[in-house]
Ligand binder design. Structure first.
Ligand code: ADP
Ligand code: MN
Ligand code: MN
Ligand code: MN
Length: 340
């Protein structure tokens, strides 16, 4: 038997964006524990905006488990927050609202800024570095600075060791801005892994004295610096295997119909980012376009070439959005469209 450090991770009740919380419990296991072996646990919801002081217990239900390469016998445990009865999802529990479907696949492209002393990493004191242009996928000290790549690489390794399904990373358009992509089969998997990858990044950055800024337009509207998105690529079994132009058009009509419901869960302050500039569509408009990065939904060339089969990219979700709520909404809209 060995003593494992189980780090239970959950989302708190802050609005509009939940924060990640975690705490450790030690338990003995013969080998690395499976999800089924992990017990429910509790926490003081009055300290996380999830309960009143007089009846403050909330429950943690383990839903995914990952090896934690930063600790000896470390285990990262993603949890859903439940009511004290242990079976009713708490109001803040967005994951519980996602329709369960193994055939739905999501790929999220998480963009974010690394910040130090209140400015993006690599910005000179009291000013700006040279304008955007050479930072995106750039190389060299003047493009990416000295420690950003070290952080990003270390984060990638920790995520891969945790079994998180990264598909890639890249330096983004603004200085100090980066992206990672996570793909998952099953309606909840990629969203779980995005939250855990965010957790791992935040924790890693502590020792660098670096903050991760998820805000979608941290430098504001006035200056010509990109915002951060979290494009949501999605496909269902029907989209991949049957598809067709008629179904596609019906699907897009549903996305148009529910555009406000989508924007409501696509992350706060999105009006600052979805301006129609910087490869975005305006927040109050819905459109789609083949290979169009200025559209709400980009239709990959491959989709059309394959007879309207494959995946679509919703470009509206932002970097601060909750992937649980985004995945839940996308699936809810897809469900309204008959498949025959
Ligand atoms: P870009 O920056 O050009 O939009 P990326 O390579 O950053 O492209 O992201 C593409 C995303 O699409 C990846 O996250 C990938 O996992 C996802 N993806 C690819 N195929 C599918 C699919 N069939 N269903 C859902 N997502 C997919
Ligand atoms: Mn990308
Ligand atoms: Mn990007
Ligand atoms: Mn994209």
């Amino acid at each position: 038997m060995a003593k494992y450090k189980l780090e239970y991770v959950w989302l708190d009740g802050y609005e509009p964006t939940p924060n990640l919380r975690s705490k450790t419990q030690i338990k003995e296991f013969a080998e690395f524990p499976t999800l089924e072996q992990l017990p429910m646990w509790g926490f003081d919801g009055s300290s996380t905006r999830q309960a009143e002081g007089r009846s403050s217990d909330c429950m943690l239900k383990p839903v995914a488990v990952y090896p934690d390469a930063t600790r000896i016998n470390g285990v990262l445990v993603m949890c859903e927050v439940m009511q004290p009865d242990g079976v009713t999802p708490h109001a803040s529990n967005g994951r519980a609202t996602i329709l369960d479907d193994e055939g739905t696949w999501f790929g999220f492209e998480q963009e974010y800024f690394l910040y130090q002393d209140g400015v993006p990493l690599g910005f000179p004191k009291g000013g700006y570095p040279y304008p955007q242009g050479k930072y995106y996928t750039g190389v060299g000290f003047d493009a990416v600075g000295d420690i950003a790549r070290e952080i990003v690489e270390e984060h990638l390794d920790l995520c891969l060791e945790a079994g998180i399904n990264h598909e890639g990373i890249n330096a983004e358009v603004a200085k100090g801005q980066w992206e990672f992509q996570i793909f998952g089969k099953g309606s909840k998997r990629a969203a779980d892994e995005v939250w855990m990858a965010r957790y791992i990044l935040l924790r890693l950055c502590e020792s660098y004295r670096v903050d991760v800024v998820w805000h979608c337009k941290p430098l504001g509207l006035e200056v010509d610096w990109n915002g951060s998105g979290m494009h949501c690529n999605f496909s269902t079994t029907h989209m991949r295997e049957v598809g067709g132009q008629a179904y596609f058009e019906a699907l897009m009509a549903a996305f148009d119909k529910y555009k406000n419901e989508h924007i409501a869960v696509y992350g706060p302050n999105n009006h600052l980012r979805l301006t129609g500039l910087h490869e975005t569509q305006a927040i109050d408009k819905f459109n789609y376009g083949i290979a169009n990065r200025g559209a709400s939904i980009r239709v990959p060339h491959s989709f059309v070439n394959n007879g309207y089969k494959g995946y679509l990219e919703d470009r509206r979700p932002n970097s601060e959005g909750d992937p649980y709520k985004i995945a839940g909404r996308v699936l809810q809209t897809i469900q309204t469209v008959p498949t025959k």
